[in-house]
Write a protein of this length. Sequence first.
Lengths: 116, 109
Amino acid sequence: GAGVSQSPSNKVTEKGKDVELRCDPISGHTALYWYRQRLGQGLEFLIYFQGNSAPDKSGLPSDRFSAERTGESVSTLTIQRTQQEDSAVYLCASSLASGTSSNEQFFGPGTRLTVL
Amino acid sequence: DAKTTQPNSMESNEEEPVHLPCNHSTISGTDYIHWYRQLPSQGPEYVIHGLTSNVNNRMASLAIAEDRKSSTLILHRATLRDAAVYYCIHTRTGNQFYFGTGTSLTVIP
């Protein structure tokens, strides 16, 4: 079946421009997560959506970062006024409803963002 | 953040067992222990998870210490396809995963 998809796969932008990254979760997965992975580093949690609850934005590094999710479907991560330190792979994951902390997360292939 | 500690790198010969250790001394009673791995240029993939008892699946085994402050991922026979970065994670709130830098496993033919 279809997994988590992300687009674009690669994005090159100039410093100061805004970018939008898209994530399509697995159908039926109510939980959706965004992570950032800098070169040679582990994943940093950014934001978490669960159903219609208010998202957990505790991992967003600055107010230039925001994310939206329409219902239980597509999510968009927006980075405004991009900086060179925003260069990274942005990974999206989805999982079934989290009643416990045991649910497996399914990751997409990521979007590689390069800010020149 | 829920912090885990793993060795930066390990090596194994092909066809031999591999034991990947992880310390998670800040784990609380309801946190699950998850292991994911990330192959080059791919997103992480699930390997195994557990709470208190040891767990086995088709990919690996997970041995959890009695005090739950450490665990070991066991690959019974390493193959070249197992070369990856292995992340040990435990959740703190909700379902957020806090990844460390993981262990880079090299499998030697």
